[in-house]
Design a binder for this molecule. Structure first.
Ligand code: AMP
Length: 178
């Protein structure tokens, strides 16, 4: 018999907060204990896919790097393709790039120019929503390819950073909010 799906609060209890990593002042949310627990990992994939069923999305787009872990598993569950949005310089073929603001300076994410067909239906997945800059840049890349974002899903949202406001044009879902 299969075990019942975990609740978001069970997932929350497994998330480990590491103070001052990778630099002073950051409370880093470590999701590795969730991944290491078969039931919590499978349950988080179930919850991230939410009400979506196979046939409803064409591709799940994951954001470099922890987003890949969740997005790839969600893609298999939804019988959809997986598309990586990576940090600049990592993808081998021609890319579109999008700049976004970091706490200090700028980041750049990239996607292959042929990664998504125009009109395709996309679920965008990352591990964590902080200021929303990374997800907004990834969403802009998806739109530049002519694809349509059905939803953006996160395992964790740092609500006090108001990243959701930056993503207000999209349905946003998060499982655990701090
Ligand atoms: P942001 O662009 O500010 O929304 O930052 C989101 C990205 O940075 C995600 O890809 C996260 O993996 C990572 N990130 C930001 N803050 C944290 C944190 N406190 N703990 C773990 N990852 C974080």
């Amino acid at each position: 018999m299969t075990q019942p799906c975990p609740t978001p609060s069970e997932i929350e209890r497994a998330i480990r907060t590491i103070p001052d990593f990778p630099k002073p002042g950051i409370q880093f949310k470590d999701i590795t204990p969730v991944l290491a627990n078969a039931r919590l990992f499978a349950g988080s994939i179930e919850l991230l896919a939410g009400g979506l069923k196979p046939g409803m999305v064409d591709a799940v787009v994951g954001i470099d790097a922890r987003g890949f872990i969740f997005a790839a598993a969600v893609a298999i569950k939804l019988q959809a393709g997986f598309v990586p949005v990576r940090k600049k310089g990592k993808l081998p073929f021609r890319t579109h790039e999008q700049e976004y603001d970091l706490e200090y300076g700028k980041g750049i994410v990239a996607v292959h120019v042929d990664a998504l067909k125009p009109g395709s239906r996309v679920l965008l997945v990352d591990d964590l929503l902080a200021t929303g800059g990374t997800a907004m840049a990834a969403a802009a890349l998806v739109q530049r390819l002519g694809a349509r974002i059905l939803e953006i899903s996160f395992l964790i949202e740092l609500g006090f950073l108001h990243g959701r406001e930056k993503l207000k044009d999209f349905p946003v879902k998060s499982l655990v909010v701090y």
